[in-house]
Design a protein around this ligand. Sequence first.
Ligand code: FAD
Length: 291
Amino acid sequence: MILPEIEYHAPRTLAEALKLLVKLKEARIMAGGTDLLVELKQGLVEAEALISLQNIKELKKIEKKDQSLRLGAMVTPQEIISHPLIKQHFPALVEAAKSMASPQVRSLATIGGNIASAVPSADLPPTLIAAEASLELQCTESFREVNLLEFFTGPRLTICRDEELLISILIPVPPPKTGISFLKFSLREANALAVASVASRITLENEVISQASVVLGAVAPSPLLALKASELLEGKKPSPSLFEKAASIAKDEASPISDIRSSIWYRKELIQVLTRRSLAESLKRAQKNPG
Ligand SMILES: Cc1cc2nc3c(=O)[nH]c(=O)nc-3n(C[C@H](O)[C@H](O)[C@H](O)COP(=O)(O)OP(=O)(O)OC[C@H]3O[C@@H](n4cnc5c(N)ncnc54)[C@H](O)[C@@H]3O)c2cc1C
């Protein structure tokens, strides 16, 4: 399908982009365009104008500030894969980025677009939620920081207002004795959305799990923090039987749909297996991580 005629703007600064967002009521923000252009071509969304963020250098930075990493919204999965700070502190995010799409799409797509599109199967949010990431949202008049988990309100729905831009993602550096891992099941190795995915996090204190989270992808309207499974783990000594129990609870907490990629039953089975495996991997990483 051919794109309809659309005005195109490519501001060079964040301030300029924010002003355009206020001025052009029927405009859409374009980051890498890997989701948006497909939707426009298919007639799933409409826009009179596009505001591309490609020329805004300040949205492409990766920096460490105090005890957090700050990733600009225009950082690509390919940059996540190769950046030394991310490799050092968040190997699970590198794995999630590697699992996305193909080298071509990974070089164009952005972390901001992956989050803002709010597609239930998106690969980066579960790991970012497990890492307790927050988002910086900016408009001409105000700035706010929101918890990533609270950003999503449903499939393709977020709390981001029309005049707001997601400008960066803040990820606290995990404390010592913390391990995070991400596992995804898809029908092919490349260019395949998750049928189900799980990110988990474990923090150990004196051989006991002091903090845990299990986050499920592609099995609910938005990435889902499996609260009951997470709570079961806390305060306990890690063991295969504890992980098996948590996995079975996570399976019950998942509320997937049946679609072209999988049935409800199969997605729930996957959640159980992926949760058990992800917890075992997070434990290994926590034990090896002196901080
Ligand atoms: C062949 C193919 C394979 C794919 N495989 C995967 C996969 O395996 N895993 C996966 O997770 N995704 C996959 N995708 C989906 C897509 O590539 C990703 O979600 C990507 O990260 C979207 O980022 P983008 O920069 O291209 O977003 P865009 O398409 O530019 O934008 C997506 C949406 O987010 C909004 N938006 C973008 N940036 C901002 C911002 N800074 N502030 C506010 N709103 C914003 C846009 O207005 C739009 O509504 C695939 C897509 C294709 C075409």
